[in-house]
Design a protein around this ligand. Sequence first.
Ligand SMILES: Nc1ncnc2c1ncn2[C@@H]1O[C@H](COP(=O)(O)OP(=O)(O)OP(=O)(O)O)[C@@H](O)[C@H]1O
Length: 338
Amino acid sequence: MDATAINDSGVGRTAASITLENLGKVYPDGTVAVGDISLEVRAGELAVLIGPSGCGKSTVLRMLNRLIDPSKGRILIDGQDIAAQDPVELRRHIGYVIQNVGLFPHQTIRTNVGTVPRLLGWDKKRTRARAEELLELVGLDPKRYGGRYPHELSGGQRQRVGVARALAADPRVLLMDEPFSAVDPIVRGRLQEEFLRLQETVRKTIVLVTHDIDEAVRLGDRIAVLAEGGRLLQYAPPAELLSEPASEAVSEFVGSDRGVRRLAVTKVREIMRPVGRIEEIERLPTVDADGTLYDALAAMLTSDALNVVAVEDGTPVGTVSRSSLFDVPQQKKAPATA
Ligand SMILES: Nc1ncnc2c1ncn2[C@@H]1O[C@H](COP(=O)(O)OP(=O)(O)OP(=O)(O)O)[C@@H](O)[C@H]1O
């Protein structure tokens, strides 16, 4: 995936800033989905919307492409109020990636990716060339996959086609609603990595909705934490959110989830300390150094120990204390260059 692969119509030069000004949405039945949100997403940045189910994340996203209109406030894209723009025209310049992708089942992958360019009236040759370029950009060989149908691809591959389709017409903005949630955790991790690399290349302005704090921390330049009633609790870069949560509510939301997730995804060897700090290691329970922190905790709980010895081929290579299982490391992330 190199930059020369994206020479059609200047991908990467068209990111737009997004401004929400006192944005609110009350549905006709009186449900306050979004309270009063003001925030700015700088051009080329990825902003994550996160919060519990029903806190208004998807409603914000749907207001951004005018699938629904706000009850109050404004949305500006590159300083222009989108309320004054034709919704259909607007949507053609906003990529939209949703859970389960929503590919057209009876169209080939190549045709799916070319959907928006076709709508924009590009000729056949240019549309096809663009579709192939995009498939390559997301790591799918167009010769191998271009002629297939969606059901002939894996879930992860379909997800990449969804991203390719959303990027095909070089949108100013990319909206992503739980884009990686339909695939298993290992594929999700790989897609997230690939997506970060892709974003380095195309530098779109992206608003991504997720309920997964690990995903938010991994992908976001900034994270907006929402609460019930569409209230914005904090909008900050990941490291700041983790180290300086603005309120108890944010701290709970970010902290509890992180702590638990970390146990399942972190290997013992990543946090173990050198052997030697603890006496009588032969009396302590052991765990494989490549096991997870969950395994370590289970070993400690079973033998009522405060420490566990990590072993590799039967040889002690480190120790882990029960309290260190719950130390949440601060995640640092390089600041985005717009
Ligand atoms: N058309 C509608 N009419 C009435 N209420 C609605 C409508 N659409 C959504 N809501 C309500 O608005 C609130 C916000 O919904 P929204 O889908 O934006 O939340 P969300 O944060 O994306 O949730 P989830 O994480 O579960 O997808 C919820 O209480 C929901 O029930």
